[in-house]
Design a protein around this ligand. Structure first.
Ligand code: ZN
Ligand code: FE
Ligand code: FE
Ligand code: ZN
Length: 270
């Protein structure tokens, strides 16, 4: 059933807010019948001074090397499923060169780009939701999508995660988002990156996949490549909701999904 699907968005305990051994994630992927699994733990918070890097958000800089080595080592143990080396990397405007330098030494199969911060504010943090009240939600969306499209166009990433993460806690502007979605999709298409259809949103207060099905449709119509992901923070979440996600992708018009090897995109039937 999930044969041609991969799950490339998974975390490990190094990020301080995920559970389960890396072996358990791989075994869950095998049990779900996925054709590949990839790890994409949160990048060390490279844009902050050492003392301000929250161990509950991401691994320490000193753990990056060991994370990479662990993924590579797992390939020896599980010959039955390809295990890809990835990373979920925060986009912080003005810090592109630092990010590029940090990524440079390692043999990534793919890098997932994420916008989790607006200025200092990690707006997806459940402990910081009071700050939504400081914003006009339309302006907040505009700010978020500006960062998201900048990230897509930066050339640093292969896949954009949760491209409408700003809706996570259910905040929605009162106006129709149709034109915003069309513009965002056009910019992402021009950037040549893939997007995730992430089932994680269904487990969050907003209760729907990322991106919204209308934004997904705009992306599909413009030929933006797709990958279905869980954003698993525990082994039980690997491939979570994939049957429904595949059905949505097919209904939207997608006939292919992608996978990556050494940062090269390969298309395969959905
Ligand atoms: Zn996380
Ligand atoms: Fe994320
Ligand atoms: Fe993630
Ligand atoms: Zn994520």
């Amino acid at each position: 059933m999930l044969k041609q699907l991969v799950d490339y968005h998974t975390h490990t305990t190094r990020c301080g807010h995920a559970t389960g051994t890396m072996e358990a994630y791989v075994e869950a992927a095998i049990a779900a019948g996925l054709s590949e699994i990839g790890f994409s733990d949160h990048i060390p918070m490279y844009w902050l001074p050492e003392a301000k890097r929250d161990p509950g958000i991401a691994m320490r800089m000193s753990e990056l090397e060991e994370y990479v080595a662990d993924v590579i080592r797992l390939r020896e143990r599980y010959r039955e499923i390809p295990i890809r080396l990835g990373l979920e990397a925060d986009f912080i405007p003005g810090r592109e060169a630092e990010l590029s330098r940090l990524l440079e030494p390692y043999p990534w199969d793919y890098v997932i780009g994420s916008v989790h911060f607006i200025g200092e504010w990690d707006f997806d943090n459940p402990a910081k939701t009071n700050r939504y009240a400081e914003w006009d939600i339309s302006e907040l969306y505009a700010k978020f999508f500006t960062l998201e499209t900048m990230a897509a166009k930066s050339g640093l990433f292969d896949i954009m995660a949760h491209i409408d993460l700003i809706k996570k806690f259910g905040h929605k502007p009162s106006h129709d988002l149709g034109r915003v979605y069309a513009d965002v999709a056009a910019q992402i298409a021009g950037a040549g990156v893939a997007i995730e259809l992430s089932t994680a949103g269904r487990r969050k207060p907003v209760g729907e996949v990322y991106p919204n099905p209308l934004l997904l449709k705009e992306c599909c119509d413009r030929g933006v490549p797709l990958i279905i992901s869980s954003d698993a923070h525990s082994p039980q979440e690997v491939a979570w909701g994939f049957a429904e996600a595949r059905a949505l992708a097919l209904a939207t018009g997608y006939t292919q999904v992608c996978r990556f090897e050494g940062r090269k995109r390969i298309m395969q039937p959905l």
